[in-house]
Design a protein around this ligand. Structure first.
Ligand code: NAD
Length: 291
């Protein structure tokens, strides 16, 4: 199926990046949010990010102007009815997402593909609340969207092959790389990455190494571009804890038990870079380990 018009629900951190990459790849984009402020902020941010790409000679000024012209916004969800592909990137709460799909469905064309960018909610369960579980799947971008190369494509139990293939082709047209994942908690990236980060926090908790030793060990000993604790601060410790809880609850295995020290940092409001303190203190010139 040919995809030309793309609807994006949610203009937050992920939604604006998704609109950016689709418009740049030549798709007509219509983005919606319940908040006009969020829509205005998203447009301003996309403009700034495209300008940065122009100044680095990655794209031309004309390409930027054409991309911006391809992005429309609306606060009316049902305006997305005539689009060919919808990517839902609203707040990570199941009641919000199911309400969005239920409101959208009566206005959609019969062949519109519905997808969600959710990091943790079951694709199969979301699909079951729509009229088209076979045309529903997970379209999981990484943050920051314009920079990260990967998109995880997640099949729900009912997703049909043409839907999967269409989404695979779309990812290719975006200039990104897709991997296929079945619909289990954490999909692939978070299923592997988060337990590693959690284990790094246990290593700190048990006194095996300091923040500095742990990060240096993984950078120089395993060739990771960032240490696991540095990466945890970048992702946000609240997000790390939420994902560990999803793995722990969804897979019911004690090996996914969130480290008590991670919980302690979140309780303290030390959430990483966004609050200027986590495993490192970012309030000065250079980050200083907090343990
Ligand atoms: P965010 O809080 O930055 O943005 C969510 C946006 O959704 C907000 O602007 C909010 O106003 C809007 N919204 C809420 N209810 C809505 C509704 N009914 N209709 C339309 N818009 C609505 O969140 P985010 O970080 O962009 O996350 C969005 C989705 O992407 C979540 O499902 C999350 O799990 C997923 N995700 C996030 C990351 C990440 O690193 N932040 C990475 C991959 C996937």
């Amino acid at each position: 199926m040919a995809i030309e018009r793309v609807g994006i629900v949610g203009a937050g951190q992920m939604g604006n990046g998704i609109a950016h990459v689709f418009a740049l790849a030549g798709y007509e984009v219509l983005m919606t949010d319940v908040s006009t402020d969020a829509l205005d902020a998203a447009i301003a941010l996309i403009d700034r990010n495209l300008t940065r790409q122009v100044s680095r000679d990655l794209i031309t000024a004309d390409t930027k102007a054409d991309s911006m012209a391809r992005i429309g916004t609306t606060v009316k969800l049902t305006d997305l009815g005539p689009t060919d592909l919808i990517i839902e990137a609203a707040t990570e709460r199941e009641t919000i997402k199911t309400a969005i799909f239920e409101d959208l469905v009566p206005h959609l064309k019969p062949d519109t593909i519905l997808t969600s960018n959710t990091s943790s909610i079951s694709i199969t369960r979301l699909a079951s609340r729509t009229d088209r579980p076979e045309k529903f799947m997970g379209f999981h971008f990484m943050n920051p969207v314009p920079i990260m190369q990967l998109v995880e494509l997640i099949r729900g139990i009912a997703t049909d092959e043409p839907t999967f293939k269409t989404c695979q082709d779309v990812v290719e047209k975006l200039g990104k790389t897709s991997t296929a994942s079945e619909d289990f908690p954490g999909f692939i990236v978070n299923r592997i990455l988060m337990p590693m980060i959690n284990e790094a926090i246990y290593t700190l908790y048990e006194g095996v190494g300091s923040v500095q030793s742990i990060d240096t060990s993984l950078k120089l000993g395993a060739n990771h571009p960032m240490g696991p604790l540095e990466l945890a601060d970048f992702i946000g410790l609240d997000t790390c804890l939420a994902i560990m809880n999803v793995l722990h609850d969804g897979l019911a295995d004690t090996k996914y038990r969130p480290c008590p020290l991670l919980t302690k940092y979140v309780e303290a409001g030390w959430l990483g870079r966004k609050t200027k303190r986590g495993f490192y203190d970012y309030r000065g010139e250079t980050p200083i380990p907090t343990r």
